[in-house]
Design a protein around this ligand. Structure first.
Ligand code: ATP
Length: 328
């Protein structure tokens, strides 16, 4: 097996808290093992535009506690093309880079797989970095825990004002096609309703539920709506409910990008460190076209193809049933 002498690392797609601890772990594990490291700025864009720099152990000092990514991230259409990936390959070869660690979500992994199939001599390892928690092969992705805590913190504050004014709040949270943040935050904040993309919502049922809450003398209600929920625009939804429940003052809050920011939680710092360390070790052992993940507290690798096609978010019916019971 060919020994790796130089490794490139990039972050791509949406940023996620925990990427920095992960970069730090990749850089230090590689250097510890005698492998040079090149940081690639702005994901695949930097790879194509040759925006790279040598990294040392000190270039990742004091970043464990920082949100975002020191390598920056971007979305890059050119990487979708064979020619774009050829340019990227040429730049990697010019820098004598023989392995690549990509930290990102499903789009990033699709790009990594295509690149690796086109140029199999560059070993590629993926690390799941996305707040959406939508990749198969890792129970948790980097950033999910921090983002969920951020959402909980925001909803706690909203609950204070909702309670003071007898208000009903519809709160939209991120997650693309995944309801993972919505479900966890809904449980932690005692939401009266949780609307998820994985489950069709009957508006009548929701209205019934909220009326019951009113009858039971609830002074406020919170309904969490995952951004990928199929019942339509959150403002239209609030209007429809308003027509049937007039007592409540109904408000809508879209939490938006604040969910991506902030210092990574202890969980994401440790997860990032473990996955970064594991990714370099896996590459050194000859693995390629795989993703490192954590399942049942054990680090494992999964072929990228499987990480992309495996069905991640099995709707946790037991959790939803629990929400119905606990929110009476
Ligand atoms: P998040 O889940 O946080 O949005 P992501 O990794 O899914 O992160 P994307 O914007 O979907 O974010 O993908 C990141 C980058 O990966 C794209 O900008 C593009 O450069 C590359 N990429 C995505 N899909 C493909 C594809 N089909 N072929 C080649 N490259 C791709």
């Amino acid at each position: 097996m060919q020994k790796i002498s130089k490794l490139g690392v990039l972050t791509s797609g949406g940023d996620a808290p925990g990427m920095n601890p992960c970069i730090r772990a990749v850089v230090r594990t590689a250097i510890y093992n005698g492998i040079s490291v090149v940081g690639i700025r702005q994901g695949y864009k930097g790879l194509i535009e040759n925006d790279m720099f040598e990294m040392g152990t000190r270039s990742v000092s004091n970043i464990l506690n920082l949100g975002g990514t020191i390598l920056k991230t971007a979305r890059c259409m050119e990487f979708h093309t064979v020619e774009g990936r050829e340019k990227a390959y040429k730049n990697l070869k010019d820098h004598d880079i023989d392995a690549l660690v990509v930290i990102g979500g499903d789009g990033t992994f699709t790009g990594a797989l295509k690149f690796s199939q086109q140029f199999p001599d560059v070993r590629v390892m993926g690390i799941p970095g996305t707040i959406d928690n939508d990749l198969y092969g890792s129970t948790y992705t980097l950033g999910f825990d921090t983002a969920t805590n951020t959402v909980i913190d925001a909803i706690d504050k909203i609950r204070d004002t909702a309670d003071s004014h007898d208000r009903l709040f519809f709160i939209e949270v991120m997650g693309r096609d995944s309801g993972a943040i919505a479900l966890r935050a809904g449980i932690a904040c005692g939401a009266e309703g949780i609307l998820l993309p994985e489950k069709a919502t009957a508006i009548d049922e929701l209205i019934e539920l909220l009326k019951k809450g009113e009858f039971n003398k609830k002074s406020s209600s919170i309904v969490i709506v995952a951004e990928g929920d199929k019942s339509g625009n959150i403002y239209d939804l609030a209007k429809k409910v308003k027509q049937q429940i007039s007592n409540y003052d109904i408000k809508v809050t879209v939490l938006g990008h604040l969910q991506r920011g902030g210092a990574p939680s202890s969980f994401d710092r440790i997860l990032g460190s473990r996955l970064g360390y594991a990714a370099v070790n896996a590459l050194m052992s000859g693995h390629t076209q795989e993703m490192v993940g954590l399942e049942a507290n054990v680090i494992k690798t999964t072929p990228i193809e499987e990480a992309l096609t495996g069905h991640k978010f099995k709707l946790e019916d037991d959790l939803l049933q629990m929400v119905d019971v606990l929110s009476i």
